[in-house]
Ligand binder design. Structure first.
Ligand SMILES: *[C@@H]1O[C@H](CO)[C@@H](O)[C@H](O)[C@H]1NC(C)=O
Ligand SMILES: *[C@@H]1O[C@H](CO)[C@@H](O)[C@H](O)[C@H]1NC(C)=O
Ligand SMILES: *[C@@H]1O[C@H](CO)[C@@H](O)[C@H](O)[C@H]1NC(C)=O
Ligand SMILES: *[C@@H]1O[C@H](CO)[C@@H](O)[C@H](O)[C@H]1NC(C)=O
Ligand SMILES: *[C@@H]1O[C@H](CO)[C@@H](O)[C@H](O)[C@H]1NC(C)=O
Ligand SMILES: *[C@@H]1O[C@H](CO)[C@@H](O)[C@H](O)[C@H]1NC(C)=O
Length: 442
C-alpha cells in the first residue's frame, strides 16, 4: 500500500494505508458498473504530436495507467517508467491521464491501452493511426500540343502516402472524371495514378487542367498543366469600301480577317467558277478592285490554311448601276431611295448563301431609308414654321392697325388683378408700358 504515497491522506489519517485499502476494496465492488473509462482513437501526421487521453467518469481514486501496443507501461499515474522522452504528461487528475507523444513515426502506430485498477481491471483503447502525406503530384500529358478534335491523355501520380490519396480532375472550373489505379509499395505506402482522357476543342487552348490530390494529411494539393490546342483558321471577310452600294465605276476593297493556331501562312483570294478580274490587286489578306463593272458579279472567296486545315468565307459581289453625275446621293435623296429600296430584295434572293453580301447591301438600303425619313421630317418642319410666320405677320398687322393700346392695357392689368375693375385701375398706372408694346407691334 506504500505505493499509493498519499501524503495528504497520511496527514489526515495516521493509519492511512489501512484506511485506504479498506475503502478501495469496498468501493471497487460498487465501482465496476458506475466507473466509466474511455479513450479516443487518434490520427496524426508523421512528425507531429499525438495526444492520448484516458478519461474516467466517477473515479473513486482508482489508479490509471497507459500502456503501449507492446503492453509496456508508459505512464503509471503521473510517473513515466518508459525511457522514451517523446512521451510527456499533459494533464493528470483523478479524472484524466493525458499524454502527448511528439515526433510521431510510423512505428508508433498501434493500439494503446488505458487501464483502470479496479477489480476486475477496466481497459479502453486508443488506436493511433499515422498519416503520411504524398509527395508532390506529378502531372504529364501524352502530347504537348494537340489539334482540335483530337483526343489526348493526361496522367497524374501521387506517390508514397498513407492512406491512399484520391485524385480529382478539373478543366477550367469544370470537374471531369478520370480513371484511377492504387498500388501498394513494399513499405506499405500507396501510389495512386489517375488518367484523364479528353477531346480538345479550340476553346480549350490555354485552359489549365488541374489534378487535385485529396488526402487527410494535406490541403490544397494540386498540379496543373495548360492545354495547347492547334486549330484551323477562322476566316471573316470585311468590306472596307464602299460603305454603301457597290456601283459600277466605283472601287471595292475587301479585307480577310484570319485567326488560327498556328498563324495561317497562306491566304488566297479566288472567284468561284471564274477568274478574279485581271486588274484586281491582292496584297496579303486584302483584295482591291478598281472601276467595278457588272461583269465582275460573282462569289469572291478568301481561303486560309495552316497545318491543321483550311477554311474560307464568301462575299457575293453584285454591281449596281452607276449614279449619273447630276444625281449624287448627297444632293438628291429621292433617287438614292428608289434604287436602294427597290433593288436589295432581288439581291437577297440571288445571293442567298452570302450573309456578308446580304448584310452589307441591306445595311446600305437602311441608310438610304433613314436619309429619306430625315428629308420628309425636314420638309414638314419647314412648312409648319412657314405657316406660323405667316400667322404672326397677319396678327402683327391686325394689332398695328388697332393701335394695340387698349388691348395691351387690359392684358397687362388682367395679369395681376383679381377682377375686371381692378384690372382697369391697375392698367391706368402703366402708360409707359403701353408705349413700349406699341413700338414692338409696328
Ligand atoms: C477506433 O478504431 C478501431 C479500428 O482501428 C475501431 O474498431 C474502433 O471502433 C475505434 N474506436 C472509436 C472510439 O472510434
Ligand atoms: C486538466 O484537466 C482538468 C479537468 O479536465 C482541467 O480542469 C484542467 O484545466 C486541466 N489542466 C491542464 C493543464 O490542461
Ligand atoms: C523525429 O524522429 C526521427 C526518427 O523517427 C528523427 O530522425 C528526428 O530527428 C526526430 N525529430 C525530432 C525533432 O526529434
Ligand atoms: C489528330 O487526328 C488526326 C486524325 O483525326 C491525325 O491525322 C492527326 O495526326 C492528329 N494530330 C495530332 C497532333 O495528334
Ligand atoms: C464593262 O466591261 C465590258 C467588257 O467586259 C465593257 O464593254 C464595258 O465598257 C465595261 N463597262 C464599264 C462601265 O467600264
Ligand atoms: C450583274 O448584276 C447586275 C445587277 O442586276 C445585272 O444587271 C447584270 O446583268 C449582272 N451581270 C452579270 C454578268 O451577271
Amino acid at each position: 500500500m506504500s505505493l499509493w504515497g498519499c501524503s495528504a491522506c497520511e496527514w489526515l489519517f495516521p493509519n492511512c494505508s489501512l484506511f485506504l485499502s479498506l475503502f478501495l476494496t469496498g468501493a471497487a465492488q460498487f465501482a465496476v458498473q458506475s466507473q466509466n473509462l474511455v479513450a479516443d482513437n487518434v490520427s496524426v501526421v508523421e512528425g507531429e504530436t499525438a495526444i492520448i487521453s484516458c478519461r474516467v467518469k466517477n473515479n473513486d481514486d482508482s489508479v490509471i495507467q497507459l500502456l503501449n501496443p507492446n503492453r509496456q507501461t508508459i505512464y503509471f499515474k503521473d510517473v513515466r517508467p518508459l525511457k522514451d522522452a517523446r512521451f510527456q504528461l499533459v494533464n493528470f487528475s483523478e479524472n484524466e491521464l493525458r499524454v502527448a507523444l511528439s515526433n510521431v513515426s510510423l512505428s508508433d502506430e498501434g493500439r494503446y491501452v488505458c487501464q483502470l485498477y479496479t477489480d476486475p481491471p477496466q481497459e479502453a483503447y486508443a488506436d493511433i493511426t499515422v498519416l503520411i502525406p504524398p509527395g508532390n503530384p506529378i502531372i504529364e500529358s501524352r502530347e504537348d500540343i494537340v489539334s482540335e478534335g483530337n483526343e489526348t491523355e493526361i496522367t497524374c501520380t501521387s506517390i508514397g502516402s498513407k492512406p491512399a490519396a484520391t485524385i480529382r480532375w478539373m478543366k477550367g472550373d469544370k470537374e471531369l472524371p478520370g480513371r484511377s489505379k492504387v498500388e501498394v509499395t513494399y513499405d506499405r505506402m500507396y501510389t495512386v495514378t489517375s488518367w484523364l482522357k479528353l477531346t480538345v476543342a479550340r476553346e480549350d487552348d490555354g485552359v489549365p487542367v488541374v489534378c487535385i490530390v485529396d488526402h487527410p494529411a494535406v490541403k490544397d494539393f494540386q498540379a496543373q498543366k495548360y492545354l495547347e490546342v492547334l486549330y484551323k483558321p477562322e476566316v471573316k471577310i470585311v468590306v472596307e469600301f464602299p460603305v454603301g452600294l457597290t456601283r459600277e465605276g466605283e472601287n471595292l476593297e475587301l479585307t480577310c480577317q484570319i485567326k488560327g493556331k498556328p498563324e495561317p501562312q497562306q491566304v488566297n483570294w479566288v472567284k468561284v467558277d471564274d477568274d478574279v478580274p485581271s486588274h484586281a490587286v491582292i496584297t496579303g489578306p486584302d483584295l482591291f478592285i478598281e472601276n467595278l463593272n457588272k461583269s465582275y458579279n460573282g462569289t469572291y472567296r478568301c481561303v486560309a490554311s495552316n497545318s491543321v486545315g483550311e477554311s474560307y468565307d464568301d462575299y457575293i459581289l453584285y454591281v449596281y448601276d452607276a449614279l449619273t453625275t447630276t444625281l449624287k446621293p448627297t444632293t438628291t435623296t429621292t433617287t438614292t431611295t428608289i434604287s436602294a429600296t427597290t433593288s436589295p430584295p432581288d439581291i437577297i434572293q440571288d445571293a442567298a448563301p452570302s450573309t456578308e453580301a446580304a448584310a452589307h447591301d441591306s445595311r446600305a438600303g437602311a441608310e438610304a431609308q433613314r436619309s429619306v425619313d430625315h428629308a420628309v421630317i425636314g420638309g414638314v418642319v419647314a412648312v409648319v414654321v412657314f405657316a406660323m410666320l405667316c400667322l404672326l405677320i397677319v396678327l402683327g398687322r391686325y394689332f398695328a392697325r388697332h393701335k394695340g393700346t387698349y388691348f395691351t392695357h387690359e392684358a397687362k392689368g388682367a395679369d395681376d388683378a383679381a377682377d375686371a375693375d381692378t384690372a382697369i385701375i391697375n392698367a391706368e398706372g402703366g402708360h409707359n408700358n403701353s408705349d413700349e408694346k406699341k413700338e414692338y407691334y409696328i
